[in-house]
Design a protein around this ligand. Structure first.
Ligand code: AMP
Length: 214
């Protein structure tokens, strides 16, 4: 089973992707995480995309499609997983064309929240500088203020989570990513989940949809 998971920044799609991937034994393929790992490892690609990400713009379709296809090929060749959950991909029409050409998609799940909620949630988001784990000062606090529960490293606000950048990312989401819903509807794979509820309730709603597809 291959799933597309999308929603505005702060909708909780990363958290839901983790939960779903464990329950259904799917590989969690987050393009944002893959890019942040390139930046952290200071690779050529990481240096190329760092500024683009920090100002809240989208990385080029060619770069993203290459990353996704190469990861997908590795995952599908070792048969460990029952499929892939694409988190934050596709984000543009050209990426969607690429998806259709290369992957069979069973469901596209939108985790829906309003923009004001998104800005509010993102302003409370913190990330570990070492392992990348996400926290939220409203509902997923670290045990020790400002430090990661896993490795005790410092927690920071991502550059692209700052107010100007987050507004820009939301505008891009509405102009390029959300319109893909029309395409998902056309091919009968769109499911909309209310993301304003608790993590547990959202996950129950998501699992209800996914279990009905089995
Ligand atoms: P995320 O963690 O999913 O919010 O992604 C962080 C940033 O990585 C985005 O703001 C983009 O700059 C870049 N990015 C992640 N996924 C994509 C994608 N599918 N297409 C283009 N850029 C992406």
């Amino acid at each position: 089973m291959n799933i597309l998971l999308f929603g505005p920044q702060g909708s909780g799609k990363g958290t839901q992707a983790e939960l779903i991937s464990k329950k259904l034994n799917l590989f969690h393929l987050s393009t944002g995480d893959a890019l942040r790992s390139e930046i952290k490892n200071d690779t050529d690609l990481g240096r190329k995309v760092k500024n683009i990400i920090n100002v809240g713009s989208l990385v080029s379709d060619d770069i993203i499609n290459d990353i996704v296809l190469s990861k997908y090929n590795i995952i599908s060749s070792d048969k460990t997983y029952n499929g892939v959950i694409f988190d934050g991909y596709p984000r543009s029409y050209d990426q969607w064309l690429f998806v259709q050409k290369h992957f069979k998609i069973d469901a596209a799940l939108e985790i829906h929240i309003e923009d004001e909620e998104s800005v509010h949630r993102i302003s409370s988001r913190r990330m570990c500088t070492t392992c990348g784990k996400n926290y939220n000062l409203m509902w997923l606090k670290p045990a020790i203020d400002g430090h990661c529960d896993i490795d005790n490293a410092a927690l920071i606000t991502r550059d692209d989570d700052k107010p100007v950048e987050i507004r820009k990312r939301l505008a891009i989401y509405h102009s390029q990513t959300a319109p893909l819903k029309i395409e998902y509807k056309k091919v009968g794979i769109l499911h909309v989940i209310d993301g304003s509820k608790s993590i547990e309730i959202v996950n129950n709603d998501v699992m209800h949809v996914l279990n009905s597809l089995k």
